[in-house]
Design a protein around this ligand. Structure first.
Ligand SMILES: Cc1cc2nc3c(=O)[nH]c(=O)nc-3n(C[C@H](O)[C@H](O)[C@H](O)COP(=O)(O)OP(=O)(O)OC[C@H]3O[C@@H](n4cnc5c(N)ncnc54)[C@H](O)[C@@H]3O)c2cc1C
Length: 347
């Protein structure tokens, strides 16, 4: 139990139950949290373990019944105005205190901005492994040397060229962050014997070195690429900020979000909050429209879960043409105005 030594906080013998972190973002549950809760329920049923939801924030008690209706047997809740926004040291300390007391076997966290910050900090404090950005979660069937019912965490590796399946056989909890939109959810079954466990919050118990000055709503609010069903994305081939306006117009017509390659961000024609790729956001839309994007490995690795890719590129030999489901060969300047016109005609 000693944090500074390498003694595990949760031993294999003690570990039990499957947990899902329920992330609240601007007063709403992040959709990926419901996906992982559903997955936790599925695993809890197989392992015959409880499914526990962890929720930290302000005005979050309203979600208790909802989480129980989705299968949570226990809801650990910490509700206080100080927790309205994600303050990493408070959230980590609260989460850690619950783990230390209740000793989970598995923890699933959405691979959102918050999840990608929270999970490695927890892993470090718990002396356990973390598999980030998982696209598939299963349990071992006992045919390997590690035995049955270990968490099998699958994620893209080497720039998306291979899928790696990773186990954490020696440490607990088994900790994974999960890409939004990739876990197929089954039917929710309400828990029959649910409990709510409240964590008492105080500033002295969970202090912070940080002071939240301002949440930059106007930047963050409009860019929600992770949950977008349609993304219109532009690369260096878009050429200018002015041309990017066509992508925004098309996105508006389709109810889509606008994304970008690093090439476009690097050229300063679009804000980096829209970058998709290995060093940007990872997305899984139903439709990805790539305009003037060559299709580098670093870009493609982040869109491999897109259901349909439509590429608009003037070069018929651009690498993206091999990945795309549909290719339109031509310049952005000629194709986009025509596409916008046709969609307007249909409306
Ligand atoms: C460690 C590392 C991390 C990286 N992370 C990322 C990342 O997160 N995201 C990312 O995107 N990249 C990333 N990159 C960069 C990546 O390797 C590519 O350089 C980048 O994706 C290229 O962007 P692009 O496709 O917009 O530009 P380019 O490769 O220059 O391609 C432009 C494309 O536009 C086409 N084109 C040109 N003019 C027109 C026109 N008028 N109409 C239609 N088509 C046109 C061209 O035929 C070409 O295919 C990373 C690289 C490294 C090394």
């Amino acid at each position: 139990m000693n944090e500074s030594s390498k003694t595990p906080v949760v031993s294999i013998a003690q570990a039990h139950d499957v947990w899902a972190f329920i992330e609240i973002n601007r007063g709403k549950i992040a959709p990926v949290s419901l996906e992982i809760l559903n997955k936790a329920r599925e695993m809890g049923d197989i392992l015959k373990r409880r499914v526990e939801a962890i929720i930290i924030g302000h005005n979050v008690k309203q979600y208790n019944d909802y989480l129980i209706s989705l299968g949570a047997d226990v809801v650990h809740i910490c509700d206080h105005p100080d927790l309205e926004s994600y303050i990493y040291d408070k959230y980590v300390a609260i989460f850690y205190s619950i783990i230390e007391k209740y000793l989970p076997e598995i923890i699933l966290i959405g691979a959102t901005h918050i999840g990608r910050d929270l999970a490695p900090r927890l892993a470090q404090r718990l002396h356990t492994g973390l598999t980030a950005n998982c696209t598939k979660l299963t349990l071992t069937d006992g045919k390997n040397k590690f035995g049955k019912n270990l968490l099998e965490m699958t994620r893209p590796a080497l720039g998306g060229n291979v899928l790696a399946t990773i186990l954490c056989p020696k440490y607990r909890p088994q900790l994974a962050t999960v890409r939004p939109g990739v876990i197929k959810t089954g039917k929710a079954v309400a828990s029959q014997q649910a409990r709510i466990l409240e964590i008492e919050y105080s500033e002295t118990k969970f202090p912070t070195k940080l002071k939240l000055v301002k949440v930059l709503d106007n930047i963050v609010k409009h860019v929600n690429l992770e949950d977008a069903k349609i993304i219109v994305s532009g690369g260096r081939g878009v050429g200018s900020k002015k041309n990017f306006e066509m992508l925004f117009e098309l996105a508006e017509l389709l109810g889509a979000e606008v994304g970008a390659s690093r090439g476009a961000v690097f050229d300063g024609i679009i804000d980096e909050s829209r970058q998709i790729g290995q060093t940007g956001k990872i997305v899984s839309p139903d439709l990805y429209i790539a305009c003037g994007i060559s299709g580098s490995l670093q870009h493609m690795a982040a869109i491999m879960d897109a259901k349909v890719i439509l590429a608009i590129n003037k070069d018929p030999k651009a690498p993206i043409t091999k990945y795309a489901d549909y290719n339109v060969i031509g310049t952005v300047e000629t194709i986009l105005p025509e596409l916008i016109k046709q969609i307007k005609n249909l409306k």
